[in-house]
Design a protein around this ligand. Structure first.
Ligand SMILES: [Zn+2]
Length: 372
């Protein structure tokens, strides 16, 4: 569950050099494939999009901008609907303004498209917006709910990007560290970027963007350096209210050795790779894949193995072969993932989870969908 900043950066640099040729060839093959496909046909594809609002946790008077981004496919029409409700200190929601069409983009708009609500939504509000995207004869809906700041329910985390039933999806609570001095620019912006540039950027997790709710905690915590500040992370005062969340992550400013333990994990607020790596532990129960990290063999969908034979026999179930099994440095554990897997990497950049990790993530999300 550990991570050494310097070690990983060194390895990352080394990997880039080592992989240069194969990556170039793969990109070339892909590029040639795209040219070939393009020359053969120009058929429409189902649209794949994701949506976000900014600021992620607006005050009562902040302008709020809603954006629909395209990942791929053909987009012919986009509609944005907004519904605003009241919420009181007991958390009771009452309808104030019925859902209405805020904006429509017709005639195959070029994405991203955005619409801004000037002047904000007022105090003690819950805003639910729906982007309805049509293309290639298909219609997809993204529904997102967020609260305006301050959230009136005492000691409870505010929903800032909620998409599903809290009992059936992954819930992640962002906790500001006491060391973040500029909460508005550093912490709130970091939460928005972690949603859009980490969870919605990694290709596998992005497929399950309707299975992750995000919240902001009102109380601070304090992340410790694993090497120099023993005793684990300092939890927020409302810790007992966070049991609903599978992921509790402290975003901090200092450069420290991050770790996951006792139900809470940490990352520098600007590291999109670290938050996905630590979420790999905290949300999906995966082990480290680098030498010197924490390894174990999970009962279901493991990503590290206690023997070479175990790794080899598991390989076909995730589309790999026994030749993919490799020892984790000098540690007495084995893996099937490659060196660019997110559980091998941390830091600024997002890396794709490899096949065994994708299998474990799917398993974890299905467990939640079944209420486990
Ligand atoms: Zn780790």
């Amino acid at each position: 569950m550990l991570y050494t900043n310097s070690g990983t950066y060194q390895k990352l640099t080394y990997m880039k050099e080592r992989n240069k040729k194969p990556v170039f060839r793969a990109v070339l093959r892909c590029f040639m494939g795209i040219i070939l496909l393009g020359s053969l046909s120009s058929c429409k594809e189902n649209p794949e999009t994701f949506v976000i609002h900014s600021p992620i946790y607006p005050t009562s008077s902040n302008d709020v901008t809603f954006t629909c981004n395209k990942i791929s496919g053909t987009v012919e029409n986009v509609k944005l609907y907004v519904m605003v409700s009241n919420i009181n200190s007991a958390g009771t929601i009452s309808a104030s303004v019925p859902e209405s069409l805020a904006q429509e983009w017709s005639s195959s708009p070029t994405l991203p498209v955005s619409w801004t609500k000037s002047g904000g939504y007022g105090s003690n509000k819950i805003v639910k917006y729906r982007f309805v995207v049509t293309g290639n004869g298909k219609t997809y809906t993204h529904s997102v709910t967020f609260a305006t700041r301050p959230y009136p329910v005492a000691d409870m985390p505010a929903p800032v990007y909620c998409v599903g039933d809290q009992d059936k999806v992954m819930n992640v609570v962002f906790i500001p560290d006491t060391d973040i001095t500029d909460v508005m620019d550093s912490f709130y912006n970091a939460v928005r970027k972690d949603i859009s540039d980490a969870f919605h950027k990694e290709q596998w997790v992005r497929r399950f963007r309707r299975s992750h709710n995000f919240y902001i905690n009102p109380a601070t915590g304090h992340a410790h350096d694993y090497d120099t500040e023993p005793g684990g992370h300092e939890k927020p005062s409302n810790w007992s209210n966070l049991s609903f969340a599978q992921g509790k992550v402290i975003l901090h400013e200092r450069s420290i050795r991050d770790f996951s333990g006792s139900g809470v994990y940490s990352t520098e607020y600007f590291n999109r790779g670290t938050i996905l790596h630590e979420s790999g532990h905290g949300l999906y129960g995966m082990a480290d894949e680098y030498q010197g990290g924490s390894h174990w063999q999970a009962d279901d969908c493991p990503n590290t193995f206690t023997s070479l034979a175990n790794a080899q026999s598991y390989a076909p179930s995730v589309g790999l072969t026994s030749a993919d099994a490799n020892k984790i440095g000098t540690d007495n554990f084995w893996e099937l993932c490659n060196d660019s897997c997110m559980m091998e990497q941390t830091g600024l950049n997002v890396w794709p989870y490899y096949a065994p990790c994708r299998s474990r993530i799917l398993f974890s999300i299905l467990q939640r969908a079944q209420g486990n």
